[in-house]
Design a protein. Structure first.
Length: 339
């Protein structure tokens, strides 16, 4: 049997680094703040990988000792030992684009069908990770392309790229999901992040800030021009980190301390970024064919190179949990340790 390249590389890492990796995997660190805040750059080492999906992976989230990877459905992976991930289950769902959020024992999975043939938001009970069950869904028809998802309180906010807005779904009863409202934003919506009563929606060329204290009547708080196609958004304290592709592919850092007047502070050029997450002074970016990029954002006005790893596929999603970085890359979940 021919091994995939990730498995071969992983084997080589174990051979050369030996107990260093084993020690790194078993040592508990509470966060990245203390170990890495004084560093200008980070290095990452691939310590684990697993082929988990039959098609391209779109999104990855981590909760407890499990990674949830969206791609041709939902894969649930036991990462108790990050160097040896185990596929617990794979619930296949036909579609083209996938995004997932995990709340307690529920997974909410948005699925877009081919072209503009609509999509669904699924409520999946994952209390038994070896046997996830769909218990409810809500559907959208022709003309909808579901591009991102955020869950806040008893509501799911589902971004519809083609319609150009956000659908709000009541998830208080996961067995009976229902859309209660929607709102439009400037441009074509593509990504969303929520904090408190504010929703931050990235659309083509705009960051939109909406007050959602009343989900039935969202009100624009402020906006700014970004000159980006919308791919991903991450909120960290008073700053929003956004990435987008096409002509001006880059990471942009926006000061939102005054939601009435958000201001772009810094820019870092990239290849074709799909996703971003921020921990301490570093932005971790899934840069499609460019692999995993790390940008030092300790000075938001002047982001600089912070590290990278060239994966062998297209990296579309990234999340960080403790000292480990999880990247959805082609059909694989890749697990790195930060040094």
């Amino acid at each position: 049997m021919v091994k995939n390249n990730y498995e071969l590389y992983y084997f080589a890492v174990l051979v050369f680094l030996g107990t260093v990796i084993i020690t790194g995997c078993t040592e508990k660190k509470d966060s990245l703040v203390n170990p890495y805040s004084s560093k200008d750059t980070l290095s990452v080492t691939l310590i684990g990988s697993i082929k988990c999906c039959t098609g391209p992976t779109w999104d990855v989230k981590v909760a407890d000792n499990f990674a949830y990877v969206a791609g041709d459905g939902l894969a649930i992976i036991d990462i108790t030992d990050p160097s040896s991930p185990i596929l617990s289950s794979y619930l296949q769902i036909e579609g083209e684009e996938y995004h997932v959020e995990i709340i307690n024992n529920m997974a909410y999975l948005s699925v877009s069908f081919r072209s503009d043939a609509g999509g669904r938001l699924y409520a999946i009970n994952v209390s038994d990770r070896t046997n996830p069950n769909i218990i409810g869904f809500v559907a959208w028809g022709l003309g909808s392309v579901l591009a991102d998802l955020a869950v806040f309180n008893n509501y799911a906010f589902v971004v519809d790229r083609e319609v150009g807005g956000v659908n709000i779904v009541d998830i208080s009863d996961p067995n009976s999901l229902s859309q209660i409202s929607s709102f439009q934003v400037r441009g074509q919506a593509g990504a969303i992040s929520i904090s408190g009563n504010q929703a931050y929606i990235l659309s083509n060329n705009y960051l939109n800030i909406m007050n959602i204290s009343d989900p039935l009547s969202a009100i624009e708080t402020g906006y700014c021009v970004t000159d980006l196609d919308p791919y991903s958004i991450y909120l960290s304290e008073d700053h929003v980190f956004i990435v987008g592709g096409e002509g001006s592919a880059s990471l942009k850092i926006i000061d939102v301390s005054n939601p009435l007047q958000p201001t772009v502070q810094g820019t870092y050029n990239l290849g074709y970024p799909w996703d971003v997450t921020v921990v301490d002074n570093f932005a971790f970016i899934a840069d499609n064919g460019g692999g995993l990029k790390i940008v030092n954002v300790s000075d938001p006005t002047s982001p600089i190179y912070g590290g990278h790893y060239n994966t062998q596929g297209d990296s579309r999603s990234v999340t960080v949990n403790g000292e480990h970085v999880f990247v959805a890359d082609e059909e694989y979940l890749l697990i790195f340790v930060i040094e």
